[in-house]
Design a protein around this ligand. Structure first.
Ligand SMILES: [Zn+2]
Length: 554
């Protein structure tokens, strides 16, 4: 009964014993068959010669690593014609000759190898209680036979980066079966043409508008219909509009005009202290959950601010008792200027602690405040003047003071100065030209309307762009020639260049407007390839990458 769980061929095996070790199980199994077939001459034999033990690793079980202890017999071959006198019985459903893992363990490791790759797969296997290293998994990938691929009728072709910006490969996809059929280590007309010649029968080739694939398809499969990819056509249009907008700055400035100005977000709101008028609110550092989320530096800062808040409140309290500023300063051991400033502000000031320590600047504060009010905001200038009055401190001390004044000035201004409006980037603006107007957010619709109003030319570019998009979306091959004519008459350089390119590739573009095929599926396969490549930490050997991309289980 148990044997049926442990082995794929329960009738041939008898469970002898299960030894439970520290972290492993050893399952001892004996064969029950009385005969075996010689693998060299296919003659059946019942004459046992001897037996030996094999100990392959097997599937883990209940968190234990599992080893089988298999009794395997040798038989005499009684066929006189056979070159062998004895042979070991074959148990292909359990284990291959000379293998150290059972067939079903290799099956699972194959799935792990193709799904997770060598490094990640080996870490996963360690967790699962399976033996094996990254190299084992890579060998499994290399040893797995390639899936048999029939030549597709409809082929998608695209490039992918082997090393971005340096070298590119080619991916070929069966667009009907939606699966990759091959990976080429280069992006060249020759390589693509050679593949097509070796795989005759492709009827339709969907490709982008790169000249390599046009030439490769024309040379390798001259009979096949070429289809320009619609997504790439739309991309070409957007790039053409981008080039136009790059030279139409008034249009880009109009897009940015009257945009609602975003108010800057208050910084580090979790450090804002409760206002003195709300004494019932707990202080932030009394909430362990909150202070637990702060870094050490933030906690220190918070502690200093809490201390300052306590002193601020003490100043207010003493003032209630009618004490003068100097008396308050003396009682709290504070700088009288600080007391004065605390009493002037409505909230506890939140600038650095160092401000309240005695400073060489203290005797000159009235003077420098006057100078500041009078409009002299140059720290060096003030420092020189102080020197004449006997100040011996550094220029840096004055500069720090000036910086704090500026900071205070900024924070006291209720409205931040409106940021200078920068023109839109051409790429951002171009998107509005090619999207359906109904898909645009209201503010984008408004920006688009402002851009179109800047000139007749901008309006014309928008009009031609939308015509092109509609032609592709609604598959209107009959609209292609009138559109090209309109572009040539418009005199818009960027669009004229696009139209010339389309004219040179006219049949494929017309096919794109008539046939249902596009490279969306190919792009999806390129994304899958990128994912696999990332799993291989970018240092994928081409043969391994190709195996994994072509393997359908992954
Ligand atoms: Zn034989």
């Amino acid at each position: 009964m148990l044997t049926s769980i442990f082995l794929p061929e329960p009738t041939q095996w008898q469970l002898e014993r299960v030894e439970v070790g520290d972290q492993s199980l050893v399952i001892k199994l004996l064969t029950t068959s009385t005969q075996a077939v010689c693998p060299y001459c296919a003659t059946s034999s019942e004459r046992a010669h001897s037996y030996y033990w094999r100990q392959p690793a097997d599937l883990p079980c209940f968190g234990y690593r599992v080893k089988l202890n298999l009794q395997v017999r040798r038989f005499f071959c009684d066929n006189d014609q056979c070159t062998y006198t004895t042979f070991a019985e074959r148990i292909p459903k359990v284990i291959a000759p000379h293998a150290r893992r059972t067939a079903r363990l290799i099956d699972q490791q194959q799935a792990i190898a193709f799904t997770a790759g060598g490094e990640t797969g080996a870490r996963l296997m360690a967790q699962l209680g399976m033996p094996g290293s990254p190299d084992n998994l890579l060998r499994i990938i290399r040893d797995t036979p390639e899936p048999v691929v029939t030549t597709p009728r409809v082929l998608g072709v695209d490039d992918w980066a082997i090393r971005k910006g340096q070298s590119y490969g080619t991916i070929l996809v069966d667009l009907e079966k939606q699966q990759p059929v091959d990976l080429l280590p280069e992006r060249s007309a020759e390589a693509f043409a050679a593949w097509l010649k070796a795989h005759p029968g492709v009827e339709i080739i969907s490709r982008d508008r790169a000249s390599d694939y046009i030439k490769g398809a024309t040379d390798g499969a001259p009979e096949a219909t070429q289809v320009a990819d619609r997504w790439h056509l739309l991309k070409n249009l957007r790039e053409a509009i981008e080039r136009y907008l790059d030279r139409d700055q008034p249009c880009l400035k109009a897009a940015a005009d009257k945009e609602p100005v975003a108010r800057p977000e208050p910084t580090t709101p979790e450090l804002q202290l409760p206002e003195p008028s709300q004494p019932d609110e707990p202080e932030p550092d009394e909430e362990p959950a909150q202070s637990g989320q702060l870094t050490k530096a933030q906690q220190d800062k918070l502690a200093r601010r809490t201390k300052r808040l306590a002193r601020y409140e003490a100043v207010l309290e003493l003032q209630q008792y009618g004490l003068t500023n100097n008396e308050i300063a003396r009682r709290l051991n504070m700088d009288p200027h600080t007391v004065a400033r605390y009493l002037k502000t409505e909230h506890c000031p939140l600038y650095p602690e160092g401000r309240t320590r005695p400073s060489k600047l203290d005797p000159y504060r009235d003077y420098i405040s006057q100078r500041w009010q009078a409009g002299c905001h140059n720290a060096t200038e003030i420092w020189r003047e102080l020197g004449h009055l006997g100040f011996t401190g550094s220029r840096g001390l004055v500069a720090q003071w000036a910086a704090r004044q500026r900071q205070q000035l900024r924070s006291s201004q209720s409205e931040p100065p409106p940021p200078k409006v920068a023109p839109w980037a051409p790429s951002r603006a171009a998107w509005l030209f090619v999207k359906p107007p109904t898909d645009l957010a209201p503010e984008d619709q408004a920006a688009l309307a402002r851009m179109i109003q800047t000139s007749d030319k901008a309006a014309l570019v928008y009009h031609l762009g939308q015509q092109f998009v509609a032609m592709i979306h609604d598959r209107q091959p009959e609209a292609l020639v009138p559109w090209l004519t309109a572009v040539f008459e418009s005199g818009v350089g960027a669009l004229t260049r696009l139209a010339k390119g389309i004219q040179q590739d006219f049949q494929a573009v017309e096919a794109a407007l008539s046939l249902p095929w596009s490279n969306g599926q190919t792009e999806g396969q390129v994304n899958r390839l990128k994912l696999i490549k990332r799993q291989m930490y970018g240092r994928a050997k081409f043969d391994l990458l190709r195996k994994r991309v072509l393997q359908s289980v992954a």
